[in-house]
Design a protein around this ligand. Sequence first.
Ligand code: FAD
Length: 258
Amino acid sequence: MESQGVPVEYQTGVTGIHFNPDGTSTTTVEDKDGNKREIFARFIIDGSGYGRVIPKLFGMERPSNLPPRKAVFTHLVDTKRSMDDEPDRITIIVHDKAVWIWVIPFSTGITSVGFVADPGFFEQFTGTQEEIMRALIASQPYIAERMKEAEYVFEPRVLQSWSSTTDKFYGDGFVLTGNVTEFLDPVFSSGVTLATVSSQIAGKLVVKKLRGEAVDWNKEYMDIMMQGVNTFRSYVMAWYEGTLDTVFLPTTRTRDQT
Ligand SMILES: Cc1cc2nc3c(=O)[nH]c(=O)nc-3n(C[C@H](O)[C@H](O)[C@H](O)COP(=O)(O)OP(=O)(O)OC[C@H]3O[C@@H](n4cnc5c(N)ncnc54)[C@H](O)[C@@H]3O)c2cc1C
């Protein structure tokens, strides 16, 4: 974005937005030293992810219909990577019913490992975040040998209850993209796909709008994005319910029945 001439301000956050009746707006931003300034915009594309700037500022946040989930993850120095047959592949491990692990090897030799489950699953593990992560890794034979003594790049972190949604993905003078609209769950890696597609569609529609052409935001944006979100939602829900195989192969049995 920056290389294409878009000014980018680092370590600067949006703290307020005032919309004018004609849809133009004045945004207040604050840098890390507390300096505030205002930015005038003809139109805003809000791509603030979990920051969810416009939904929070204007009371548009709504709870998701997905149950809360928790992830515990870290990056580790993966010196025993060559133990695996295909060590450079991203691997998703089904650890237990509705508990899964991501293993994402980076070209630097560092690997991202995360456990995702219902928050109750983690209650059996106690201690510091590192002790919990080490116990989790030791409990999974597929990664235990390779990773049980690996050095951690940072103290394992916790993310919880990330699913969220909002009433509308657009309004007078703004459009929401990516995680600001709706974020489901990482299990199908839909986040970056939906963020990229929504930004591309929204960007084109904003150009159209600023040229003075009519835009039907419901039809040209929201309906398209909701179709994508709802498709992934059916996969996510079916995966956690243990019925995903019946979505793809309607005659197969559920995980509980096998
Ligand atoms: C545990 C977990 C694992 C995941 N794994 C995957 C995966 O393997 N594959 C995948 O595709 N997706 C994955 N995702 C989802 C993915 O990370 C997101 O869907 C994706 O990053 C969304 O992109 P975005 O551009 O909408 O938001 P972000 O990438 O979150 O970018 C938002 C930007 O806005 C900035 N911002 C926030 N608030 C403000 C403010 N007030 N002022 C100014 N700037 C602000 C932030 O600093 C950030 O730079 C995962 C998510 C979770 C929770």
